[in-house]
Design a protein around this ligand. Structure first.
Ligand code: LLP
Length: 463
């Protein structure tokens, strides 16, 4: 569905085609702070800058495509989350959004904890010095080896996702002579308003144990009986890219209800609840995400209120934002290779990356914005589709957005808000070499994840 089939303003066709776009922005050169990282601006020559460095210099030094991550913004977002939740709560950054050793060090320095969901993420965290007790281990099918390693190194919590896993973790912990702190992940039966593949609290899906039918209560019963487990709380994650707090409220209410049932049945009050991640960010100027302090206030209020009415002490709350911390901090810089105007339709602008560095558009129909960043332009806005260089017509980075009509090969364009789930979901499709992540701060840029090389590809090909 189009947001506006007939956007106002100059255009290269009388009637624009249906699509996911608003009217062209009044000023195509403006880099809306809503979607761009905090230190992004333009210099006197009209080039976009980040951390004081122009994209033109950055492209020369690091090549394109590349992700540029604003370190000051990342750190500021960590602090905003930590401050909003205060001493009485814990913020776990969800490493799946984007993880590297530099990121782990920033998290450590800014006082955040880390949620990992694989052996690879755990290794990255440990190798950069994250204290194991600040790590939560997730996943719906953790292997025996993964569980063993997590218990051995002493992760702060393992989030149990199934009945089998309750028994498995208990057994492994006991065999190692340990008592593992765990939470049980429940599905609360909330339909979050987001894409089907990133909604996780309805019952018909793979994660967690349903509250419905007494399943979660039974899971608690079993966990409490096992010597290898110290059950510290209940976990719920309702989905991703969510703007509406209503789903979190229902989730918090149902989790607190379970705590009350546990108290009534077992005479114990579980001390913690984790409400997961999933807070949305602005991908386009039309999105209006909540600030961390609003989110913290809303969640604290609902949990406190529900606990008071159930006669429970308020548990310690934790949250797991991934996208909301790293998403807005990075943009992907591309060079335009070809431009193909289709009269009455749109202009296809091909860049030197594509679905291998951003699969989200193809996978979730995600919306992004784009800007010409190597210069400004006063040319009229044309409806454009930014596409990659892969052998696939669904290889779309930005489905519908306006670029200036003089867009040409050699121009640099950038797609903001690509810090989360872009590099972390990047692929080698067509043997593309995954782009580097370059951290920029105070006039200095350094590679934190280097660009892949053909040698990297060939090293794996041992046939
Ligand atoms: N906690 C748990 C248990 C999760 O499964 C996730 C995300 C998070 C926290 C962090 O969610 P966030 O705050 O980043 O939304 N690839 C998809 C998103 C999948 C999210 C999976 N789990 C995307 O690109 O939108």
């Amino acid at each position: 569905m189009s947001r506006s089939a007939h956007p106002a303003g100059p255009r290269h066709a009388d009637v624009l085609p249906e699509g996911h776009y608003s009217a062209p922005p009044a000023d195509l050169n403006r880099l809306d702070p809503k979607v761009w990282a905090r230190t992004v601006g333009r210099n006197d020559e009209g080039q976009a800058t980040v951390g004081g460095l122009s994209v033109t210099e950055l492209a020369e030094e690091f090549g394109t495509p590349a992700y540029f991550l604003d370190e000051a913004d990342f750190r500021a977002r960590c602090r905003a989350w930590a401050d909003a939740f205060g001493q009485e709560a814990d913020v776990f950054y969800a490493g799946k959004a984007f993880l590297s050793r530099a990121v782990v060090r920033w998290l450590k320095e800014e006082g955040l904890n880390l949620d990992v969901c694989s052996a690879g993420e755990l290794s990255t965290a440990l190798s950069a010095g994250m204290p194991p007790e600040r790590i939560a281990y997730h996943g719906n099918n953790k292997s025996h080896e993964e569980i063993r390693r997590a218990v051995e190194v002493g992760v702060g919590r393992i989030v149990l996702d199934s009945f089998q896993e309750i028994a498995r973790v208990a057994h492994i912990a006991e065999s190692l002579g340990k008592r593992q702190r765990v939470q049980i992940r429940v599905t609360v039966g909330v339909e979050a308003h987001t894409h089907e593949f990133i909604a996780t609290a309805h019952e018909d899906q793979k994660f967690g144990i349903a509250l419905a039918g007494g399943q979660a209560a039974e899971a608690v019963r079993r966990a409490l009986k096992l010597d290898g487990l110290e059950l510290i709380g209940i976990h719920s994650h309702i989905g991703s890219q969510i703007f509406d707090m209503a789903g979190f409220e229902v989730s918090a209410r149902r989790v607190v209800q379970l705590l009350a049932e546990v108290r009534d049945e077992h005479g114990i009050e579980l001390p913690e609840i984790d409400l997961g991640g999933g807070l949305g960010i602005a991908y386009t100027s039309d999105d209006d995400p909540r600030e961390p302090h609003h989110i913290a206030k809303a969640l604290n209020e609902i949990v406190t209120r529900e606990c008071e009415s159930a006669g429970l002490a308020t548990p310690r709350i934790s949250v797991e934002p991934g996208r909301a911390i790293v998403g807005p901090t990075a943009f992907t810089l591309y060079e335009v290779g070809t431009v193909k105007p289709l009269e009455g339709l749109r202009t296809y602008v091909s860049v030197d990356g594509g679905m291998s560095d951003n699969i989200r558009t193809a996978l979730y129909d995600a919306e992004y914005s784009v800007a010409l960043v190597s210069r400004t332009s006063e040319a009229e806005p044309i409806l454009s589709r930014v596409v990659g260089k892969h052998c696939e017509s669904g290889d779309i980075v930005v489905r519908d957005a306006f670029l200036p009509a003089d867009i040409a090969p050699g121009d640099l364009i950038a797609v903001p808000a690509t810090g989360a789930y872009c590099r972390s979901m990047a692929s080698n499709y067509n043997h593309a070499l995954r782009p580097p992540v370059v951290a920029v701060r105070d006039g200095e840029a350094r590679v934190i994840v280097r660009r892949e090389t053909e040698e990297d590809l060939l090293r794996l090909d041992v046939g």
